[in-house]
Design a protein around this ligand. Structure first.
Ligand SMILES: Cc1cc2nc3c(=O)[nH]c(=O)nc-3n(C[C@H](O)[C@H](O)[C@H](O)COP(=O)(O)OP(=O)(O)OC[C@H]3O[C@@H](n4cnc5c(N)ncnc54)[C@H](O)[C@@H]3O)c2cc1C
Length: 266
């Protein structure tokens, strides 16, 4: 690991000053993705700005027709939250299935979506629920937030402060986890909303994406059997030592059916 200067601001203003100053500074949240890359010398920064002491970034609250989760809220907190279980139970299930207890007790929702790992769970809920990412500069639609492999719409010096999830009529999440890391080989978030059905897939492509063929099938018949006849094209899906593109294409349909079954059961 290369040397760096560590900062622990207590307010968002201080954090913004530090990250915007003329340095090669990087935000630190749970450190679950950033620290391994520093340890392996895959990345190098002059300064790390730890957001853990910024209390305004913590917590979960119900708002008019929405659930708002602060960027520094850890996965374990979301998984155990009665507010989340009441508003969008599928989100608590998703958070409870991330990694292992260490990862869930350190990793944060803000760090997860800013990192935009193609196999991460939260991006599917942001896209699947049509959430809004709130930052220090603006509000970004979940539809445009994820820009590709480990890429987002975030600009330099922009800090995610919260994610606002509109409440669906019902929603479900199911993933085929990698047996060691629990990252998704294919994960599907399904939401039935007043404005239609949304289906988002993670783990199977270079970035999270919507599955229109499933959305159309579920629009008139929101049941697992409505997906019996759909086919997912393997072209463009990830193929690696863990699973071929064809295997992932098949897994997407299976996970989508399970996600619908979970949504209906609640
Ligand atoms: C063994 C292991 C297993 C895992 N399994 C899973 C899994 O099953 N599913 C899953 O989804 N994830 C999994 N993860 C990833 C985990 O969820 C991490 O928590 C997540 O990727 C990063 O969150 P973090 O809070 O640790 O962020 P960090 O590692 O601290 O930061 C990640 C990136 O986000 C940036 N960042 C952090 N916070 C903000 C902010 N508020 N605004 C703007 N940028 C910010 C940082 O600068 C950095 O670039 C796993 C990780 C490990 C190590």
């Amino acid at each position: 690991m290369h040397d760096f200067t560590y900062h622990r601001p207590e307010s968002l203003t201080q954090a913004l000053d530090l990250i915007s100053a003329d340095r090669d500074a990087k935000l630190l949240a749970g450190g679950m993705s950033l620290l391994p890359s520093l340890k392996l010398r895959l990345s190098r920064y002059s300064d790390l700005v730890d957001l853990r002491a910024v209390s305004t970034l913590q917590g979960v609250r119900a708002e008019d027709g929405a659930l708002v989760i602060g960027a520094m809220t850890r996965h374990a907190v979301v998984a155990a939250s009665d507010v989340v279980k009441q508003a969008i139970p599928a989100l608590a299930v998703l958070a409870g299935g991330i990694g292992d207890p260490l990862v869930r007790n350190r990793g944060t929702i803000g760090g997860s979506i800013a990192n935009a790992d193609p196999a991460a769970d939260y991006p599917s809920s942001v896209l699947g629920l049509g959430a809004t990412v709130v930052t220090t500069k603006r509000e970004i639609s979940g539809d445009t937030f994820f820009a590709g492999l480990f890429e987002t719409a975030l600009q330099a010096g922009e800090i995610v402060t919260a994610v606002r999830f509109p409440l669906p009529l019902c929603a479900g999440y199911s993933k085929l986890p990698h047996p060691a890391s629990r990252f998704a080989l294919a994960g599907v978030f399904v939401a039935k909303t007043k404005r239609g059905v949304r289906v988002a897939v993670t783990g199977a492509g270079p970035s999270v994406f919507r599955l229109s063929v499933a959305e159309q099938a579920l629009q008139s018949d929101f049941s697992p059997s409505a997906l019996d006849r759909i086919e997912v094209d393997a072209d463009g899906l990830n193929s690696d030592i863990h699973a071929s593109a064809e295997y992932r294409a098949h897994a997407i349909v299976v996970m989508a059916k399970r996600a619908v079954a979970a949504a209906i059961s609640r």
